[in-house]
Ligand binder design. Structure first.
Ligand SMILES: Nc1ncnc2c1ncn2[C@@H]1O[C@H](COP(=O)(O)OP(=O)(O)OP(=O)(O)O)[C@@H](O)[C@H]1O
Length: 242
């Protein structure tokens, strides 16, 4: 039995293949993420990153292969698998007339969890939203603030796996840094994180491991502590050119 088979992964993809007509979006993709680990899935446009997230979420069905979320197979029990996943989309939709605390409480309740104000504020703080914004209406929130509320909603779900699609796109450096801190906070709680990203420069700070996907194939996986930020960029460019 290999090391991969002995650890209890929060996410495992086993040779997952997905076609759209004649196009092979993913070719036998296998990867595993441990609890508390942040994994950055890098790749150019059309590499298959969003397809992989949609398969994990059960929005798409693979041609072959299968996916386990904390021991639950997505194809056998999609609702149970989905219950273990929190998803932070690129654009977080909030009720504009409700405050951050109210939005969080509302979405947590939809997920079956009742939060009091102290708990809601603690989660917003953990996600990086400054105190003075907690009681403000979301209508005036920047994209970065919306992402932080989205992250707090994800934390409230007590999920075992957090999926993020391009979480820092369109954020300024400071907001992207805040979001990275929030992701690391989620990982410290033991949540496994899979983030699809183009943000090469932040990968070293936020992720423990990276994988480079091109045309549906995972070309390389590395631990980020083995590489400098410059080496990550060089590796990415080298793999894309190969
Ligand atoms: N619903 C669909 N129907 C047909 N083809 C699709 C569909 N969704 C994705 N594809 C194709 O599958 C491939 C992978 O797309 P995907 O969106 O997963 O890539 P990506 O890595 O997320 O790209 P981006 O960085 O642009 O978001 C692309 O060739 C894309 O055109």
């Amino acid at each position: 039995m290999s090391l991969l088979e002995t650890r209890s992964d929060a996410l495992r993809l086993h040779e997952v293949r997905k076609d759209f007509g004649a196009r092979h979006a993913l070719e036998a993709l296998s990867l595993a993420i441990a609890p508390g680990e942040v994994y950055a899935l890098l790749g150019p446009n059309g590499a298959g990153k969003t397809t992989a997230l949609n398969l994990i979420l059960g929005f798409l069905t693979p041609e072959s292969g299968h996916i386990d979320v904390a021991g639950t197979r997505v194809d056998r029990d999609p609702l149970a698998a989905r219950a273990k996943i929190a998803y932070l989309p690129e654009t977080v939709m909030l009720h504009p007339s409700l405050s951050a605390v109210e939005n969080l409480s509302y979405f947590a309740l939809l997920g079956g969890r009742r939060l009091d104000e102290v708990q809601a504020r603690a989660l917003l703080t953990e996600a990086g939203l400054q105190d003075e914004a907690h009681a403000r209406r979301a209508a005036g929130f920047s994209k970065g603030m919306r992402q932080k509320v989205g992250l707090a909603i994800a934390l409230a779900k007590n999920a075992q796996l957090l999926l993020l699609d391009e979480p820092t796109s369109g954020l300024d450096a400071s907001a992207a840094n805040d979001l990275s801190q929030g992701v690391r906070a989620a990982a410290r709680r033991g949540i496994a994180v899979l983030m699809a990203t183009h943000d090469l420069y932040r990968v070293k700070d936020v992720a423990h491991r990276l994988g480079i996907l091109r045309a549906g194939r995972l070309l390389v996986e590395r631990h980020t502590d083995e590489l400098s930020a410059t080496e990550i960029e060089a590796l990415y460019l080298e793999q894309l050119a190969a």
